[in-house]
Ligand binder design. Structure first.
Ligand SMILES: Cc1cc2nc3c(=O)[nH]c(=O)nc-3n(C[C@H](O)[C@H](O)[C@H](O)COP(=O)(O)O)c2cc1C
Length: 212
């Protein structure tokens, strides 16, 4: 049987990869329930060590929990900013928006179940961190699936993982991998926001490739 991929797939995929953005500026238009369900389904087509599928997605529906998460992120963003000694850099950092936790219509906390039965620890004995890498791949799969549907995703990591886990009341064996904001972006762009704002340019790809 021949492969079912259309010949335009490589170009379409490159377009998706180039226009995938981390989004912090969201419209508050709700995402239809079937769309969210579809994204959660597709995210779980990701590869995982031992086929352990250790990702655990928690949808934040409570307005109180959302507000607590946003407040916590604001505090940690401010705290992290105080580490910059250079006043100019500190001011540039302070001007950045680092999460859309108040506006995004959908908030997902993504955890790694460090003690799940699936996969029987295949590959995770020598590299237990491979379980978390698997969760990262699920998030990236979700990211691309969302962008392909015109939906933006923002990854929030300026947080205390334990505090987030406590706020959400998840099992102690679950480690936070990412807190995600999902929704329609205010504007699309093919350049990262941190590049556009002069924080960090993208390096030439060759700079990150080493030959031994
Ligand atoms: C693991 C991870 C954590 C991130 N955490 C944050 C964050 O806390 N706040 C934020 O604004 N962006 C965060 N980002 C987004 C990056 O800033 C963004 O990916 C990078 O600037 C490149 O931009 P692009 O994703 O639009 O290509 C995170 C991205 C990753 C992969």
């Amino acid at each position: 049987m021949s492969e079912p991929w259309p010949p335009e797939l490589p170009d379409a995929l490159e377009l998706l990869l180039r226009w995938r953005r981390d989004v912090r500026h969201f419209r508050d238009t709700p995402l239809p329930e079937p769309v969210v369900a579809d994204l959660l389904r597709l995210a779980q087509l990701a590869p995982s060590v031992g086929n352990a599928q250790p990702w655990r997605y928690v949808r934040v529906r409570s307005a109180g929990v959302r507000a607590a998460l946003a407040e916590h992120a604001d505090e940690e963003v401010a705290k992290a900013g105080r580490r910059y000694g250079d006043p100019l850099l500190r001011a540039r950092y302070a001007a950045l928006k680092l999460h859309g936790l108040r506006e995004a219509p959908e908030i997902l906390a993504v955890f790694c179940d460090e003690e799940g039965e699936r996969g029987r620890r295949l590959g995770a004995v020598t590299m237990p961190e491979a379980l978390r890498y698997s969760v990262v791949l699920s998030i990236h799969t979700l990211w691309l699936a969302a962008r392909a549907r015109g939906i933006g995703l923002g990854w929030v990591s300026v947080l205390r993982p334990d505090h987030v886990a406590t706020l959400l009341g998840v099992p102690t064996a679950w480690t936070l991998v990412g807190l995600l904001c999902l929704g329609h972006a205010e504007a699309a762009d093919d350049r990262p926001e941190l590049e556009r704002r002069g924080w960090q340019d993208r390096a030439a790809w060759q700079e990150n490739v080493h030959v031994v």
